[in-house]
Design a protein. Structure first.
Length: 449
């Protein structure tokens, strides 16, 4: 008899884990791979903690078979990974590199052999440097180059991959890459940011259209970065500020996909700063090309207050919950809250949680890693998700970020998100306690409340 109520997930719900090319592959100059913006950025002084980079990372390029075996041992039913665009087109366009295609074919075949469904992200931030040299996402042509790259992958991998994600988190790679300069390519320019946002959304739409034109069976969608915004108090000003936060950070990247356009407040703000969105006739229709699912990434919440001194009209309120090593709050209720909100806002789309997880830097003691904080928070996230599904959200899969510790962008290797410990000196993989916890969730299709 079970002592605790059991949170049973719906029949057919899929359990997976996620990674991204630059964060795990290494082999940055092998088999004719071109350079990406991250190769260049991470080797510039002062960009990444401890001057770390992804030259070797988890060496997954050479160890993918063992990594797939590990996934099978954990019981994963699906695996989300990304393709490094510069492995396929070393310069971003023009010459195709067969060795790059071959790697992903071998990876996908290895997954299928183990009955693990591949979910392929076309772009997880490693833009070919050849395209950056032409202006990167700020140059409108990038949208066509992306659609060509996507079409080639549909052709060469579409017989065995049926779940496609166009872009990972346009909010992050545009705002942090072109406005704040904290991520590659490290630019701080509002005009370029507006252009990058619009061209990224346009690239998404064109890649969706190319997928339909390819005639391949399967499904395609976008993955956005999300925060669950909460008003810090009940005043009308704060409620309004919370809607502004949602406009700038959520609706800007979801609205156009669902035919609602860019939020007016955001367009007005950029125009007032002499950085208008470079929208051409027909663009919004392309961006609104129907998708099959919505990919949701979520890690935390943020309380919001009004702030008229800032052009955007809102700011983050002081945290009230314990902070995680990433600097944001440990807020496991945020996943269920956000899923309820986004499901309602966009007419109950089919949702995949394409990323959710916890940074927990617990080190091995006698070869064992007791990452109980990660387990505790995962339990909370999953319980919240279960509640949102019970309330009617159509969530079909959950991908834990991440399979293993990896290169955490400008934090280098100092932040560990893996369920599996990566020993970066020996490349040993050691499943943590959270991996055992997650395997149990998968085996039982749910967890104790
Ligand atoms: C990104 C991942 C990253 C994770 C954890 C997400 O924004 O898609 O690449 O590692 O957050 O910070």
């Amino acid at each position: 008899m079970r002592a605790m109520p059991f949170l049973q997930f719906p029949q057919g719900f899929q359990w997976g884990a996620a990674t991204a090319s630059y964060q795990i592959e290494g082999a940055y100059d092998e088999d004719d791979r071109g350079l990406s913006v991250w190769d260049v950025f991470s080797h510039q002084p002062g960009r990444v903690v401890n001057a770390e980079h992804g030259d070797v990372a988890c060496d997954h390029y050479h160890r993918y078979r063992e990594d797939v075996d590990l996934m099978a041992r954990l019981g994963l039913q699906t695996y989300r990974f990304s393709v490094a665009w510069p492995r396929i087109f070393p310069f971003g366009y023009g010459r195709v590199n067969e060795k790059g295609i071959d790697f992903y074919q071998r990876l996908v075949d290895a997954l299928l052999e183990k009955n693990i469904q591949p979910a392929l992200t076309l772009f997880h931030w490693d833009l070919p440097q050849g395209l950056q040299d032409l202006g990167g996402w700020a140059n409108r042509d990038v949208a066509d180059r992306f659609a060509e790259y996507a079409a080639l992958l549909y052709e060469r991998l579409g017989d065995r991959v049926s779940r496609w994600i166009t872009l990972n988190e346009p909010l992050i790679f545009t705002q942090f890459g072109y406005r704040l300069g904290w991520l590659a390519p490290g630019i701080s320019d509002l005009k370029m940011t507006a252009a990058a946002v619009h061209h990224a959304m346009l690239a998404h739409g064109k890649a969706v259209q190319a997928f339909r034109a390819s005639g391949r069976a399967g499904e395609i969608g976008i993955t956005n970065a999300n925060t669950s915004f909460e008003p810090a108090d009940d005043s009308p000003e704060t409620l309004r500020a919370t809607e502004l936060a949602r406009d700038f950070e959520t609706r800007l990247y979801h609205g156009p996909v669902y035919g609602k356009g860019y939020p007016q407040a955001v367009l007005d703000y950029y125009a007032s700063e002499d950085a208008p969105f470079p929208i051409e006739p027909g663009d919004m229709e392309v961006i609104a090309s129907p998708t099959d699912f919505l990919g949701v990434n979520l890690y935390s919440r943020q309380r919001v207050l009004p702030d008229d001194a800032r052009g955007v009209g809102y700011r983050a309120a002081a945290p009230t919950l314990p902070l995680l090593p990433m600097g944001y709050e440990a807020a496991p209720h945020s996943l269920g809250d956000f899923v309820r909100w986004v499901s309602k806002e966009y007419g109950r789309p089919k949702i995949y949680i394409t990323e959710n997880g916890v940074c927990d830097n617990t080190e091995p003691v006698n070869g064992a890693i007791d990452d109980h904080l990660r387990i505790e928070l995962l339990q909370g996230f999953l319980a919240g998700l279960h509640g949102a599904i019970a309330d009617g959200a159509d969530v079909r899969a959950y991908y834990e970020w991440s399979l293993m510790d990896n290169f955490e962008w400008s934090f280098g290797y100092s932040k560990r998100f893996g369920m599996v410990w990566t020993d970066f000196a020996t490349q040993a993989r050691i499943p943590k306690k959270s991996a055992a916890f997650y395997s149990e969730v998968i085996r039982r299709d749910g967890l104790d409340a």
